[in-house]
Design a protein around this ligand. Structure first.
Ligand code: GDP
Length: 414
């Protein structure tokens, strides 16, 4: 049986209880070894405090700071169902860069809100940003329910307010859960102090999120990385990004539109492989002697992606050099590499998410651009919502990576 993996991010206003919640979660899922826990208890005792769960998280953070080469912490824990990674970045910019370049991609988000303080501006910004980054699975935790005497009316009121706001940005959270991170209510174990709540606990809700490996059920996308000639065979190699590929299957290469069948699936050291799934790096040979190069994408014949004339995209500009609208940029997506013109770019402040300027001529470091791009050659891509691997790209200027982005929508077909 293969184990599932899911990465998620927890966001919330400072002091709303994120560290406490992470510490509590690691403790209640037995993810801390006993020696470490004893060490931490002793350290707290020495400070004249009981074990505070935020202490566990702070301690993990200190360990990360000693290792300056990585810019995300990956905190791991397990349930019976799958392995989880909590993605945490030291700052907003690192988080954006990691998400948009795919260095660490959160598949889901947890929005933590202090029920006593209510929804803050920062909470709204976090939610908007996650939506901009293409995160579509989200749940909300209303923490510190003890400070509002576990009252259902206050919970319902906050829930309604939050849902109304989230709806305006197109988010429908899967769950809204009343929580006491400090004591563990509804984190892993069901709260006995809030019997009025009959929904899922945090951990149950997490297990209900879906994993990326559901890409097996999506249409085939197999970008070609290289073509090898071995003896009299031409072997096309690449990684299956979505769907499955089988011996005998009819496929279409895009953008060239050439059709053929898969004659064989070749994997080093294995004979007679009949089928390959997402994530597998394989080679294939073809039934017809077609000329296929790197950058072509083998697709399911009954569900090929469109070849768009224009792309609407969100990209985070991380280069220290500003972008000028007249610059020619290269878009790298899967194994494709295509020159693009920028028809329009709106500048968005990545901290406040305010639009600074519409139809701008410049985009500065650490700003988000809402781009309309026109590829100079046919380019195969899809909205990030549909197939992530064909919806995430890097922009290069003068051979240097400058921005990471996602495809929001495509317009017109060639
Ligand atoms: P962060 O800044 O979001 O990481 O917040 P912390 O985890 O450091 O928590 C901020 C403060 O809120 C600390 O004093 C915690 O002890 C407290 N806190 C966290 N969760 C709860 C809770 O469920 N109930 C109460 N009463 N206090 C909490």
């Amino acid at each position: 049986m293969t184990t599932e993996d899911l990465s998620f991010v927890i966001v919330g206003h400072v002091d709303h209880g994120k560290s406490t919640f992470i510490g509590r979660l690691l403790h209640d899922t037995n993810s801390l070894n006993t020696d470490r826990l004893e060490e931490l208890k002793a350290a707290c005792f020495a400070l004249g405090r009981e074990l505070e769960f935020s202490f566990i998280t702070d301690h993990l953070q200190e360990e990360r700071e000693q290792n300056v080469t990585i810019d995300t912490t990956q905190i791991k824990f397990k349930t019976d169902k799958r392995n989880y990674t909590i993605i945490d970045a030291p700052g907003h910019k690192e988080f954006l860069k990691n998400m948009l370049t795919g260095a660490s991609q959160a598949e889901a988000a947890v929005l933590l809100v202090d029920a006593h303080e209510g929804i803050q501006e920062q909470t709204k910004r976090h939610a908007t940003l996650l939506h901009l980054l293409g995160v579509r699975q989200m749940m909300v935790l209303l923490n510190k329910m003890d400070l509002i005497e576990f009252r259902q009316e206050r919970f319902d009121q906050l829930k309604t307010e939050l849902l109304q706001f989230l709806k305006t940005i197109g988010i429908m959270p899967a769950h809204v859960i009343p929580l006491v991170a400090k004591d563990g209510d509804n984190c892993v174990l069901r709260s006995e102090r809030m019997n009025w709540y009959t929904g899922a606990t945090f951990l149950d809700a997490l297990d209900q999120f879906t994993c990326k490996n559901d890409t097996a059920h999506k249409p085939l996308r197999y970008p070609i990385q290289d073509v090898y000639k071995i003896a009299d065979k031409r072997i096309l190699v690449g990684r299956v990004e979505s769907g499955t590929i089988c011996q005998g299957q009819e496929i279409v290469f895009l953008p060239s539109q050439k059709h053929t069948r898969v004659a064989s699936i070749e994997v080093f050291g294995k004979t007679n492989k009949k089928e390959a799934a997402p994530g597998e790096s394989i080679g294939i040979t073809l039934a017809d002697p077609l000329f296929i190069e790197r950058g072509e994408i083998a697709c399911a014949i009954d569900a090929p992606p469109p070849i768009a004339k224009k792309i609407e995209a969100h990209a985070f500009w991380f280069s220290p050099h500003a972008f000028e609208k007249k610059d020619r940029i290269r878009l790298k997506l899967a194994t494709q590499d295509v020159q693009c013109q920028v028809e329009k770019v709106d500048r968005i402040d990545s901290s406040t998410l305010n639009t600074i300027e519409k139809d701008a001529t410049l985009l500065h470091t650490a700003e988000i651009g809402k781009f309309i791009l026109v590829p100079e050659k046919p380019l195969v891509l899809e909205p990030f919502d549909q197939i992530e691997e064909l919806g995430r790209f890097v922009l290069e200027k003068d051979g240097e990576p400058c921005a990471g982005g996602i495809v929001v929508s495509t317009h017109g077909t060639l």
